[in-house]
Design a protein around this ligand. Structure first.
Ligand code: SAH
Ligand code: SF4
Length: 383
């Protein structure tokens, strides 16, 4: 684009409110925003020419001032178990991954919020890559748009394939607050994806000030990445715990649940089980005690090894013992199984690929650092 040409507004990432404001700024009525919202998110329109219920003049005006630009799909892979993974290039050349996991009549899309992550949890492949940048709202909702389009979901009368979205891909969603909130609001909007708030889940490692704000702007489901039942151990695994310790995080979680209009809402507690680190019976007992006053269900995630980490996956014996202690204490416990192994869609698998190549050549290392996210996936399914 020539330097003096004004940047076009990318309508893909605009929330319903921002789209109304955009139309107001070009002298158009709010109902135009609703029409365009539907065209983009329900019918998958990629250009204004397709929007046949807009006048020719309006289409020309939009052409001049705006665009619908989704991030580029570099590759799409299908696993024998039905998992589908996209490598998606975002502006600047970095790539993120999005994974779709079918499970019966549920189809869960695991969406990334940042390129890399600055929080450096000791067991997480994304954390090991460092932080590159926040994704724009267009790049976040673009992942849903791409998945929905690839299943024909955006064709008229198509059956819904993406039924759930989890913000559990790369990055810490609460550190990219506005873009994540705008994107989740599009997921919930009936003129866009129309998902129920129980089927959109934000997972956080515990950025408490942002979590305190979240309940004022949305009421999606919440998952907290706890991973340890005491501060000493959690400080080691989830360094942000030094800033916002467990008690502070749980208070904030309770406040979030209390803001929800419907009662009976529960937080999902994510607990990645690492062999000999946080998988002992006393950890399970401590966890049962700790969560007594917080309405929750507990999701156990066997650690998925990757080459930059010395941690090992929990043994099946320890996993079952841990689960049973929680069951007996009266908790609802689920164990997440890794899916999409054959296409490297399981957590940490692709980060391992970075590492091997890194050893091969320094030049490649530099390129890999530039494309920090090129090889990340954190994709699971809850059972
Ligand atoms: N930053 C957010 C969301 C992305 S991480 C958060 O931390 O909650 C989503 C989930 O992936 C986290 O619960 C984390 O425990 C899990 N995860 C990361 N690396 C993992 C690994 N190597 N094995 C198993 N789970 C992992
Ligand atoms: Fe970031 Fe979440 Fe990974 Fe921690 S677990 S480094 S917060 S992506």
């Amino acid at each position: 684009m020539p330097a003096n040409e004004p940047q076009k507004v990318n309508l893909l990432g605009l929330s319903a409110e921002k789209l109304v404001a955009f139309f107001a700024s070009i002298g158009e009525k709010p109902f135009r925003a609703t029409q365009v919202l539907k065209w983009i998110h329900q019918l998958g329109a990629e250009n204004f020419e397709q929007m046949t219920n807009l006048s020719k003049a309006l289409r020309a005006k939009l052409e001049e001032k705006a665009e619908i630009r989704a991030p580029e799909v570099v590759s799409q892979q299908d696993s024998s178990d039905g998992t589908r993974k996209w490598l998606i290039r975002v502006t600047g050349g970095s790539c993120v991954e999005t994974v779709f996991i079918p499970d019966g009549d549920r189809g869960t899309l695991c969406v990334s919020s940042q390129v890399g992550c600055s929080l450096d949890c000791s067991f997480c492949a994304t954390g090991k890559q460092g932080f590159n940048r926040d994704l724009t709202a267009a790049e976040i909702i673009g992942q849903v748009w791409i998945a929905a389009k690839s299943f024909g979901q955006l064709e008229p009368k198509a059956e819904r394939t993406v039924t759930n979205v989890v913000m559990m891909g790369m990055g810490e969603p609460l550190l990219n607050f506005e873009n994540v909130v705008d994107s989740m609001n599009l997921m919930l909007n009936d003129n866009a994806y129309g998902l129920s708030k129980r089927r959109v889940t934000l997972s956080t490692s515990g950025v408490v000030p942002a979590l305190d704000k979240l309940g004022d702007v949305t009421d999606v489901s919440l998952a907290i990445s706890l991973h340890a039942p005491n501060d000493e151990l959690r400080n080691e695994l989830v360094p942000i715990n030094k800033k916002y310790p467990i008690a502070v995080l749980l208070d904030s979680t309770r406040r979030y649940l209390e803001k929800m209009p419907d009662t009976h809402r529960k937080v999902t507690v994510e607990y990645t089980l690492i062999d000999q680190v946080n998988d002992r019976p006393e950890h399970a007992r401590q966890l049962a005690e700790l969560m007594r006053d917080v309405p929750c269900k507990i999701n156990l995630i066997p650690f998925n090894p990757f080459s930059q980490s010395d941690y090992k996956r929990v043994s099946n014996n320890s996993l079952h013992r841990f689960r049973d202690i929680l069951y007996r204490a009266g908790y609802t416990v689920t164990v997440r199984t890794t899916r999409g192994d054959d296409i490297a869609a399981a957590c940490g698998q692709l980060a391992g690929t970075v590492n091997d190549r890194t050893r091969r050549s320094e030049r490649y290392r530099q390129q890999a650092a530039e494309k920090v996210a090129d090889e990340q996936a954190v994709r699971f399914v809850e059972r």
